[in-house]
Design a protein around this ligand. Sequence first.
Ligand code: PA5
Length: 446
Amino acid sequence: MQRLNLETTLARETISERELQEMKALLEAVEAMLQEQDGPGDDFLGWLDWPTTMKPEEIEKIKITAQQLREQSEVFLVIGIGGSYLGARAAIEWLTPPFTPNAKGNPEIIYAGHHLDSDYLFGLMQYLKDKEVTVNVISKSGTTTEPAISFRMVKALMEEKYGRDGAKDRIVVTTDAAKGALKTLADSEGYQTFVIPDDIGGRYSVLTPVGLLPIAVAGIDIESMLQGARDAQTLYNETVITDNPSYQYAAYRNALSRKGKTTEIMVSYDPSYHYMAEWWKQLFGESEGKDGKGIFPASLQLTTDLHSMGQYVQEGLRNLFETVVRTEKPVKDILVPDTGSDDDGLGYLAGKPLSLVNKKAMEGTSMAHTDGGVPVLQITIPEKSPYWAGQLFYFFMKSCAISGYLLGVNPFNQPGVEAYKANMFALLGKPGYEKLKKELESRWQE
Ligand code: PA5
């Protein structure tokens, strides 16, 4: 079993061996809290052994449903927000080769329910009108406003296109086993449903039906992804702390933040990591950002953003550290063409693999950033594959739990998310929010 590699050389100057040794006892205490399940949020630890406890029948049901949905559709619409769509999108965009053509049998995967923009939804409705469509609406609570509004519109469109019975065969719901408006609707309409386990929160749910169904509809091998997660469950629960990269990653983050490095930038040199970074930002941001604490997770796409944000990283406020995520080798490596001419000044690169050029750009950038006071951690994955997506997801979830406990917060709740919702409901006149509405309106008038 191979692990991903965490390289810390370019951050070591900021953390001494002694400091890391001092953290060992803390890390052991945190590991004990996770294993004994007696830390804050201990009723949300289902993801810890999920890869080995998920029932084979459920995996089979996902695969069968995904195959049916693929055969039925040109477009597969995933409706969800936050942890209810980011994991699926991260895996799908990481693993689907760019410019892959879609057709019935290998549908285009598109997303809704992750914002409230009218133009987007209007455009989406127009786009779906003439396509063969299937839908997976995902919401653990079953009451989240953004996906509920999108689904209300999409449901009406599906019923107009296929009739109520036809729509029923094209809509799959992933939600709580018993509660929530979406569950009630699914039962009354007779939609096929998948259950989000009670003890797994949204941002830790990518390896449950929340992520696995859309990922399987995209044609990705979920058995292999789960195998990666199972191996990760063994590898990253290794209790010899110094031998476990998920502990080391959490320890470095914690030590760096205590030295004032309070913003972590996930950096990649491959655009397919974009949504992996979005998923990672939600995982760490929502897990750690509370009680006035937390490292602010940001992301950059290099070398693209070196021409927009590179200046800031090199010389701006020195509260940054960087975590590069990279794949050892691309799926297809192409060569810089040898044209026999140096007219464009690229003769020195003729015949060289583009992956080498990209790697040297990364090495040069990492060294420049370190010299500029931005410590760099590097996570290397041997290859882009479903197996490694499974390992990577589990690695980050485990690191995040440890990191949250090290920080002294509950990494499994998100009380702060309610504040905007309450204000929005009050301002929209939702029954029960009359008092708050008055308070908010008087504040705007002042
Ligand atoms: O991680 C979380 O719990 C959140 O980001 C949720 O996934 C998000 O708020 C969506 O919630 P729900 O699935 O209940 O619609």
